[in-house]
Design a protein around this ligand. Structure first.
Ligand SMILES: Nc1ncnc2c1ncn2[C@@H]1O[C@H](COP(=O)(O)OP(=O)(O)OP(=O)(O)O)[C@@H](O)[C@H]1O
Length: 255
């Protein structure tokens, strides 16, 4: 008979922080009577690339803002890298890169100027920033627009500037809100390739309503509808083929 080892609460919390890099624990956000999210609970373990899927208005961006500390929950707790984001915001943000849905890009700045500013706000040293700027410029394929004002850039390049900002401090965890929204098929492909590459070393939660994207880059799907989680499982469990996935998505979101 196997012996059960009892863990103290502190040990349990250490285990959970080691294994789960992103944790939503009973997250609800109310606007008046309306619940944008209702008791949202899930966790993403180290090294997993998880899709946060749902139709328009389902609560994806709200959950991501709660997870990144940009919104305070009405109820529940958000943890990133083992830290509660409302009480340990700085520690959590050092481990986290966030691509917001409509990133705050400064239109008059160039990518180089904006990313230098973002790095200095994060307190990066000159040498570290120089290395990381070179890395993200190459990784996000920004060299051709490095010194153009952001206002002149296409949606695809703006998205890549947002990705570069999220990657600048080499975080272990990425929360990406619709990273491919509004991109043309070539740009789509290049952002997906980038995410797949990043997924080899990082924990990623990305929101989308594109099923193809889920299949292309993720191993896990968390599906939200009307503010509540309605499915949490592997991509294959949602459906083996694109058609199956579409049928199940439709069933789960049109109840
Ligand atoms: N500040 C706010 N005040 C009132 N309602 C809000 C507010 N922000 C979001 N909502 C509502 O909460 C719900 C969830 O919005 P959210 O932006 O999280 O959805 P989403 O899944 O990200 O949608 P999309 O795919 O369209 O971006 C929507 O009905 C939205 O209108």
């Amino acid at each position: 008979m196997s012996e059960q080892v009892q863990q103290s609460p502190a040990e349990q919390s250490e285990t959970s922080s080691r294994e789960n890099m992103i944790e939503a624990i009973g997250l609800s956000k109310f606007y008046g009577q309306f619940a944008a999210t209702k008791d949202v609970t899930f966790s993403v373990p180290r090294g997993q690339v998880a899709a946060f899927l749902g139709p328009n208005g389902a609560g994806k961006s709200t959950t991501m803002k709660l997870l990144t500390g940009f919104l305070s929950p009405s109820e529940g707790q958000a943890r990133v890298g083992g830290y509660d984001v409302s009480t340990h915001r700085i520690e959590a943000s050092q481990k986290l890169g966030y691509l917001p849905e409509n990133g705050p890009l400064y239109e008059e700045m160039t990518p180089q100027g904006f990313l230098t500013y973002a790095g200095s706000v994060r307190g990066m040293s000159t040498a570290e920033l120089r290395n990381r700027l070179e890395f993200v410029m190459e990784k996000c394929d920004l060299s051709s627009v490095w010194n153009k004002p952001i206002r002149k850039l296409s949606r695809g390049f703006r998205q890549r500037v947002g990705m570069a900002q999220a990657l600048l401090h080499d975080p272990d965890i990425l929360i990406l809100d619709e990273p491919t929204s509004g991109l043309d098929p070539n740009q789509n492909q290049s952002v997906r390739d980038l995410i797949r590459d990043l997924g080899k070393t990082k924990t990623i939660l990305l929101s989308t309503h594109i099923l193809q994207e889920v299949k292309a880059v993720c191993s896990r799907v968390i599906l939200i509808n009307q503010g509540s989680i309605v499915f949490d499982g592997s991509v294959d469990e949602l459906g083996n083929s694109q058609d199956d996935m579409e049928t199940n998505f439709h069933k789960l979101t049109h109840a």
